[in-house]
Design a protein around this ligand. Sequence first.
Ligand code: IPE
Ligand code: IPE
Ligand code: MG
Length: 254
Amino acid sequence: MTLKSSTQTVPEVSLVPRHIALIMDGNGRWATKRFMPRVAGHAKGVEAVRGVVEACAKAGVEYVTFFAFSSENWRRPQEEVSVLMRLFMTALEREVAKMHANGIRLKIVGDLDRFDDKLQQMIASAERKTAGNTRMTVTVCANYGGRWDIMQATGKMVAANPGVTTFTEEMLAPHLSMAYAPEPDLFIRTGGEERISNFLLWQLAYTELYFTETYWPDFDAAALERALVSYQRRERRFGRTSEQLTEQAAAVKC
Ligand code: IPE
Ligand code: IPE
Ligand code: MG
């Protein structure tokens, strides 16, 4: 099944977002504020992921996507990168069984070849184990970049259409790394920065954006609830006028 993109058709909108994508930012500052090493913030950040996954499952969200490590995060000090990789492995070891028991499908997307073999094997095995679960899909974006995604999809699209020189959105979309999910309805970035940092560039075309000053380790169920309330107040027009939406709602009521 190919999911239509928001620039091709107007998606159905419900009060609870079907798909939430999050940039978990502010771990380092959370730790520095407490005179702790930055990596302590990353460790605490893993706990926040668990809380948000549970709260999303309770709220009926179908897809939750976390930006865990960007294509550009390799630029960080080697020691911090190593700690992040170790944390990722430990989290996989600890959390996969629990997620599986809770009916959660786990997907890891990004340019995974750059990770060491052991981590790649753990990723493949976690995905295999949870592949049949249907309650919710949790995606972790690791060594992910929006531009990388568009480029890898373009390469696959060209290879799949030999001799073709004119391409459409419909031809590219199935090759994007998250083709299995609808586009995010709600994007949340913690930590106070108001930027996309090369996250899901293609998929965020019509996503509602929510920024909060809260550092990621402090982002709990109550903070998520505030984002959901903000989302419910938005009018998603997808290019149409507000009057058209009112007329449509009146027609549905008749
Ligand atoms: C986000 O927190 C986690 C990752 C990028 C892995 P940061 O580490 O960017 O925290 P700040 O922005 O320095 O506070
Ligand atoms: C974005 O956070 C990437 C992740 C959360 C994984 P950064 O903290 O790396 O973003 P920039 O560099 O400040 O934009
Ligand atoms: Mg940051």
